[in-house]
Design a binder for this molecule. Structure first.
Ligand SMILES: *[C@@H]1O[C@H](CO)[C@@H](O)[C@H](O)[C@H]1NC(C)=O
Ligand SMILES: *[C@@H]1O[C@H](CO)[C@@H](O)[C@H](O)[C@H]1NC(C)=O
Ligand SMILES: *[C@@H]1O[C@H](CO)[C@@H](O)[C@H](O)[C@H]1NC(C)=O
Ligand SMILES: *[C@@H]1O[C@H](CO)[C@@H](O)[C@H](O)[C@H]1NC(C)=O
Ligand SMILES: [Cu+2]
Length: 566
């Protein structure tokens, strides 16, 4: 046996001179740093003192090792958003779901392989609101490099991280909201690659600039790293061709406007073919609840595209005409026009379904607590199938699952809502009988390799809103989306079972529904939750418990030796 194996290793080493899997290693020191924005001094938590944090570049097939050293005063955990984490659930990162936090002064090494995915992903803190400033890009190139893209090779690639900024401590903003049971303060600004842009006061010199050469094609790898806002993105004088979303290739889709929910990414080609000059790129909020449920951040962040051949000028760059804040038709057009690119050897939509779920979700209320004196009408909450998710406090779900610890969670997450009502009827928004939600840490257990189909149905309780739902551990196919109540008879005719878009985060239409499908081929505990950070502590989440498969290749190994303890 030894000889053929030795021979095989030699052959692989030979062929592998270009395509060899590598180890990509980083050290992330998470700590507090002083910055000055809008003429104010601020202390933020950041990785290696950078905002955005370091970009991780890897090739498909590589192993990524990140040593996270927590020098901040907060509990920390890092999530590798969109990474499938095949058999490495211990490295997924959501606080109290797959791990206890890394305490101040402690460290933890995340180690995972990147298998069967290419494109733009990102990493972010997955504990309280710290991801506001603890985040960065995670870019996966094809094993053979850019020449293997299923689109013409761009001249240059540019990460564009869209962020959200508070002139306050984000942890205090969140804690205050949770203590009162009310909405948290809105943000003060948005950012492009950590910079506010010259439409904000004191920010003239704090503007992201992209230098381009006439006639060249650029690949923008755009990430919505904002905390609570979906964002429209445009570039004056230019249009985009979308080639991937959430690290899944799409059929090229031409458009002059992009919209991204928090957690989502868009890879878009831009040809620098406008008259050489200076142009703004800009991002501002898409608010999905008209009239807006609460005051929102109506500011605009800008960056400047500068043609190298442009004549010097002091004129303001051309500004793109942004969609209205509440332009749901434009957002819906973008979200529903994307289709997946069929590529030999890549996953296709499973046609047989083992588990059918119908999950209603949205806002609600729970009784005020004694320590919430300003709370009178009930504290704001959110739920899925009328369960408001409660995070465990003693042991992470994954550790409880692996060690068989009882009493941390139950396996009774319902497959259907307990009550069928006119889910999206706004007249029922303030109905007291529907508003109150139950609480629990309920999981849905699924067999290894089962295909799960979920109808995600928004409700109108308290208000209608587009909630971006993010699934850990899997990509899913989006079969259909629509407004109003899901109706199987009509919806099933619109299912895309040929080339649906593949995502890890679906912005479910406001007052509407979406149907997703995934194969549970990864044992462990996998969180599914709203990626608007404000709704997560309110309980808009649930988790899947995926059993081990029949072989060692389908069995979750034990946690690494430095796994954080509670
Ligand atoms: C929230 O906003 C109010 C009004 O602008 C301000 O007085 C308060 O300090 C803010 N709270 C936090 C925690 O930032
Ligand atoms: C909501 O209430 C109004 C006023 O009573 C009524 O005209 C309308 O039909 C109701 N809408 C729905 C969807 O039931
Ligand atoms: C949710 O559960 C609570 C508590 O059991 C109940 O009062 C409420 O009617 C339920 N709401 C819905 C929409 O099922
Ligand atoms: C999982 O499902 C796939 C496709 O349905 C099948 O090819 C594979 O053998 C299954 N694996 C196991 C371990 O059951
Ligand atoms: Cu939400």
């Amino acid at each position: 046996m030894a000889q053929p194996l030795f021979f095989l290793v030699l052959v692989l080493a030979f062929v592998g001179s270009v395509t060899d899997a590598a180890v990509v290693e980083h050290t992330f020191r998470v700590g507090n740093v002083r910055v000055r924005r809008q003429c104010k001094n601020r202390v933020i938590t950041a990785v290696n003192g950078q905002l955005p944090g370091p970009t991780i570049y890897a090739h498909e097939g590589d192993t990524v090792i990140v040593h996270v050293i927590n020098e901040s005063p907060y509990d920390m955990s890092i999530h590798w958003h969109g990474i499938l984490q095949l058999l490495t659930a211990w490295a997924d990162g959501p606080n109290m779901i797959t791990q206890c936090p890394i305490r101040p002064g402690k460290s933890y090494t995340y180690k995972f392989n990147i298998i069967g995915q290419e494109g733009t992903l990102w990493w972010h803190a997955h504990v309280s609101s710290l991801r506001a400033t603890v985040h960065g890009a995670l870019i996966i190139l094809p094993r053979e490099g850019p020449k293997a893209y299923p689109f013409p090779q761009p001249y240059k690639e540019v990460p564009i991280l869209l962020g959200e900024w508070w002139n306050a401590n984000v942890v205090q903003v969140e804690n205050k909201a949770l203590a009162t049971g009310l909405q948290p303060n809105k943000s003060d600004a948005f950012t492009i690659n950590g910079r506010l842009g010259d439409l904000y006061r004191c920010s003239d010199k704090h503007t992201y600039k992209l230098d381009v050469e006439y006639g060249k094609t650029y690949l923008l790898r755009i990430i919505n790293a904002a905390v609570n806002n979906q964002l429209f993105f445009k570039m004056a004088g230019h249009s985009f061709t979308v080639v991937a979303v959430d690290a899944g290739y799409t059929v090229p889709y031409p458009t002059d406007v992009l919209v991204l929910a928090p957690g989502q990414t868009v890879d878009a080609l831009v040809v620098a073919n406008a008259p050489p000059s200076r142009y703004y790129m800009a991002a501002r909020a898409y608010i999905s609840s008209p009239p807006p449920l609460q005051p929102f951040d109506d500011t605009t962040t800008t960056g400047i595209v500068r043609y190298k051949s442009a004549m010097p000028s002091s004129a303001r760059p051309a500004m793109p005409l942004m969609p209205d804040y509440t332009d749901t038709p434009t957002a819906h057009q973008f979200y529903t026009s994307l289709t997946g690119l069929l590529k030999p050897g890549w996953p296709t939509v499973p046609l047989h379904v083992d588990e059918h779920m119908f999950v209603t979700f949205g806002l609600g209320t729970v009784p005020c607590r004694r320590d919430q004196p300003r709370c009178t009408q009930g504290a704001l909450a959110a739920s899925m199938n009328n369960v408001s998710f409660e995070f465990p406090t003693q042991t992470s779900l994954l550790e409880a699952h692996f060690k068989g610890v009882k009493g941390i969670y139950t396996r009774d997450f319902p497959d259907r809502p307990p009550l069928v009502f006119d889910f999206t009827n706004k007249n029922l928004s303030t109905n007291r009988a529907l508003m109150f939600t139950s609480k629990g840490t309920k999981l849905k257990k699924v067999k290894y390799n089962a295909t799960v189909e979920i109808v995600l149905q928004n409700t109108a309780i308290i208000g209608t809103e587009n909630h971006p739902l993010h699934l850990h551990g899997f990509n899913f196919f989006v079969l259909a989306q629509g407004f109003g109540n899901f109706d199987w008879e009509t919806a099933v005719q619109s299912y895309n079972l040929v080339h649906p878009q593949m995502r890890n985060t679906i912005a479910v239409p406001t007052g509407g529904w979406a149907v997703i499908r995934f194969v549970a081929n990864n044992p462990g505990i996998w969180f599914m939750h709203c990626h608007l950070d404000v709704h997560l502590p309110w309980g808009l989440g649930m988790a899947f418990e995926v059993e081990n498969g029949p072989t060692p290749d389908s069995t979750l190994p034990p946690p690494p030796p430095d796994f954080p303890q509670c």
